[in-house]
Each structure stands twice: as structure tokens, then as C-alpha cells.
Write a protein that binds this ligand. Structure first.
Ligand SMILES: Nc1nc2c(ncn2[C@@H]2O[C@H](COP(=O)(O)OP(=O)(O)OP(=O)(O)O)[C@@H](O)[C@H]2O)c(=O)[nH]1
Ligand SMILES: [Mg+2]
Length: 217
């Protein structure tokens, strides 16, 4: 996978929407900013409602070996973790194809709340079993860590989620998290095509809008 500058004139094959969720202060905005702009923002400006960032990437399917790469337009929805925005932010869950469920490795409460966020996802996402990656952020703050890797991995295993530890400060695993989620979402789309339930891949002669697609269960 590789990156490219966003130029609205350049065509793309798929519009993929991801959404970041988790308690206020866990680092969702900072993580997404690190991913799209390659920078760390030390200021905490709590997100009001919802925001989004965009990035173009190229996705190369694993099979067949000579598969043509896809041009992906990633829309990354950044939700407010604060309770007062809950009804607004959960309304956006339905439109997302993949989720970054984040907690803060230095905050026990944010880890305990992962179960509540999963319950919200179950009610509001596009299907019962959406693609989710559990992310323990602020891995650079090892001195302040209160959630061990073992505990987090146990929770992830319980819900059959992949677990990854990241740092929006050092950029550790930031790109890898999004790439891994993209891999899951694209694999699901390919499987759905194979079952001929949802015709996502369009022949090149179709008009550009017809190439945009939404994952569905
Ligand atoms: N050391 C360190 N600080 C981080 C990291 N990620 C975020 N922060 C800091 O944590 C604070 C909160 O980060 P935000 O990204 O604003 O948190 P948020 O999850 O978007 O919070 P809401 O918008 O309220 O839901 C900021 O001061 C960030 O600089 C990280 O990986 N390491
Ligand atoms: Mg935020």
C-alpha cells in the first residue's frame, strides 16, 4: 500500500469510510492527524460532535498474485468521545465500513468502557459483526501504563478482535492499524463479490460515481 496527495480530479476505485470511537482523550483525533499529516499534536482540543479527515491510498489485493491495485479514497470519521454527543456520533456508525475502537493504555476507565462502545457498535453499526480493530493508544507512555498488553489481548480475544498498540506521538503502528483495517474491509468486500451478493467491482467503462461503493452484510 502507498499514499498519494488528494486531488479531487483524480479518479478512484473505492470510497472507504472508517470511524474512530472511544472515550474522550484517548487520542482519536491525534491518531488520525498523525496518519493523514504525519505530525503529533500535543494540544487537547476535545472534538465537538464529529469531524473527518481524508487520505488516498493504493491497495494491492493479495490474490491473485497479478491483481490490479485499487485506488482507495479513505474517509476517516473522527467522533467525539464525550457523552453529550453520543446520539449524534452513534448516528454515523451506520455509514462506516470499519472501526478503530480506541482506549488509552494509561487510563483504566477508557479500557473498561471498551465493552460499552462495543455494545453501541452492535446496536448502531451496519451489521452485527462489523470490522473492528481494538487499539491501545499512548504506548510511548510506558511509565504511565495501567493496562497490560495481556489484559487487552484477553479482551480482544473474547470479542474476536485484532488488538494493536499504537502511539500517535511516535507514530508506532498508526499506519499499520489503518492498513490492517483496510485489508479486513477489502477482504470482506471481495468475499461478498465472490458470493455474487453485492457487485462492488465495476467494469472500467462504468461512470465514475458507479465505482463508489459501500460495504454491506
Ligand atoms: N503521549 C501521547 N499523547 C497522546 C497520544 N495520543 C494522543 N495524545 C494526547 O492526548 C490528548 C487527547 O488527544 P485527542 O486526540 O484530542 O483525544 P480524542 O480521543 O480525540 O478526544 P475527544 O475528541 O474528546 O473524543 C492530547 O493532548 C494528545 O496530544 C499518544 O499516543 N501519546
Ligand atoms: Mg477528538
Amino acid at each position: 500500500m502507498g499514499d498519494s496527495m488528494i486531488n479531487p480530479a483524480i479518479e478512484y476505485d473505492y470510497l472507504i469510510k472508517f470511524l474512530a470511537l472511544g472515550d474522550s482523550g484517548v487520542g482519536k483525533t491525534t491518531f488520525l492527524y498523525q496518519y493523514t499529516d504525519g505530525q503529533f499534536n500535543p494540544k487537547f482540543i476535545s472534538t465537538v460532535g464529529i469531524d473527518f479527515r481524508e487520505k488516498r491510498v493504493v491497495y494491492k489485493p493479495k490474490t491473485p498474485p497479478n491483481a490490479k491495485p485499487y485506488r482507495i479514497h479513505l474517509q476517516l470519521w473522527d467522533t467525539a468521545g464525550q457523552e453529550r454527543f453520543r446520539s449524534l456520533t452513534t448516528a454515523f456508525f451506520r455509514d462506516a465500513m470499519g472501526f478503530v475502537l480506541m482506549f488509552d493504555l494509561t487510563s483504566e476507565q477508557s479500557f473498561l468502557n471498551v465493552r460499552n462502545w462495543l455494545a453501541q457498535l452492535k446496536v448502531n453499526a451496519y451489521c452485527d459483526d462489523p470490522d473492528v480493530i481494538l487499539v491501545g493508544n499512548k504506548a510511548d507512555r510506558e511509565d504511565a501504563r495501567v493496562v497490560s498488553q495481556t489484559r487487552a489481548q484477553e479482551l480482544a480475544d473474547k470479542y474476536s478482535l485484532p488488538y494493536i498498540e499504537t502511539s500517535a506521538f511516535t507514530a508506532q503502528n498508526v499506519k499499520e492499524t489503518i492498513e490492517s483495517l483496510l485489508e479486513k474491509v477489502m477482504t470482506r468486500m471481495e468475499e461478498t463479490i465472490d458470493k455474487s451478493i453485492f457487485p462492488v467491482r465495476q467494469p472500467p467503462e462504468n461512470p465514475p460515481d458507479a465505482k463508489k461503493s459501500k460495504c454491506s452484510c
